[in-house]
Design a protein around this ligand. Sequence first.
Ligand SMILES: [Zn+2]
Ligand SMILES: [Zn+2]
Length: 137
Amino acid sequence: MFCTYCASNLLENAEICPNCGVRKFKVLNYCHNCGYEINPFQDMCTSCGIILRKSPKGTHPLAPALLTFLIPGVGQIINNQVGKGFLCLFIFIMISVYILNNLIIGFIIVGLPILIDAYLIGKKCYERKAVGKWEFF
Ligand SMILES: [Zn+2]
Ligand SMILES: [Zn+2]
């Protein structure tokens, strides 16, 4: 990851850049993902296509996990993985309704991994890591 102020290389878990001393995402001069120069009015990096977050906090990862607990796949949609979210919902319905005919067992077999996935992908989004459209866990 790159310092958003001076574009020097940062460790993933660094909060403050050792080169310029500026906190991550405080000033957006460069893309955090690829180090490309950006202007503060851009929403998306023109070089790598990642969404540039302006607010220091995104959606808490528990939000997609909780929604997925109610309807499997919704958390994935909130995490901006729309196709994957609908696929998760489809698989969940197919297995628990048509194959097992039991929502509780279906939830344990299919719903739980979907829930964990929604939480872990949500956590990556929250930490502003690059997440692919079909990335799992
Ligand atoms: Zn810096
Ligand atoms: Zn970029």
